[in-house]
Design a protein around this ligand. Sequence first.
Ligand SMILES: [Mg+2]
Length: 258
Amino acid sequence: MAAILLDVDGVFHVSHEPIPGGAEAVSRLRADGHRLRFVTNSTTEPRAALAEELRAMGIELDDEELQTTPRAAAAALAGRRVLALTMHAIVGEFEGVELVGEDAEAVLVGGADETPETNLVFSFMNLARAFHELEAGAELYCLHKNRWWQTKQGPLLDAGAFVVGLEYAADIEAIVLGKPSTAYFEAALQALDADPGMTWMVGDDIESDIAGAQKHGMRTILVRTGKFRPDAVEATRVRPDGIISSIAQLPDWLEEHG
Ligand SMILES: [Mg+2]
C-alpha cells in the first residue's frame, strides 16, 4: 500500500472533458488500499466546485482530499493586505486575507483560465499596479509559475509569463505557493502522514509534477495525457520512474512495479 498524490488537470480531464478510465482507476486504487490525495495547481475554481466537477465525472473523493492553491494562499497570507490578480471565482477561498487595491504587503498572481476574464485580470493596468506595489516593498507570491497548460484547443499561455515579467521588472523573486514548491508537497505528505520515499506523484507535467516531486524524494509516474509531450521528456534529464498511457493504467502498473 502506498500514498499517491494525483495531479488533476491533464490527468483526469482536459478542458473539463474527462480522460477515460479515471473514475475506475480511483475506485480500484482505493479498493487496493492506497491512500490518495488530489494535488492540483488549478487556480480558477473554489475547491468545492472542483471536487463537485470531479464527482460528476464519477470520481469518488471528499472535498478534504483535494488540495488547491487558493487555499494554500489563504494559509500563507492570512492577516495580510494583498493585491490579488486572480480570477474572481476563487476570491471566496482567501479566508482571512485582506484584499486591497493599494498599499499592499503582498501581490498575489493567480493562473489564467480559458475565459475573457483573463484579459481583465492580467490587463496592463493591473500589472502596472502590481509593479507599483512591488516597487513600494510588497512581496510577490504566485499560485504557480506554469508556462502553459493543455486545453482542448491546444496549448494556452499560462500566468507564469506574467509572474516572470513582474520578477524581471521589479528585480525580485516570486514565492511559489503551488507545485513544485516544498510547502505544497509537504502539506500533501503531511495530510496523508506519508513518507516521501513511499509516495508516488502522478502527473502530466514533467517540471511541476515529476521534477518537483523527485526533488522531494518521491517516486514519480508521468501520464501521456494532458500536457505530456514526448519531445519534452527527451529534452530533459528528468526521468520519471514510470510512464503510462493514462491514469487508467495506474492500478495495473502499481500492482506490477509498486
Ligand atoms: Mg496537470
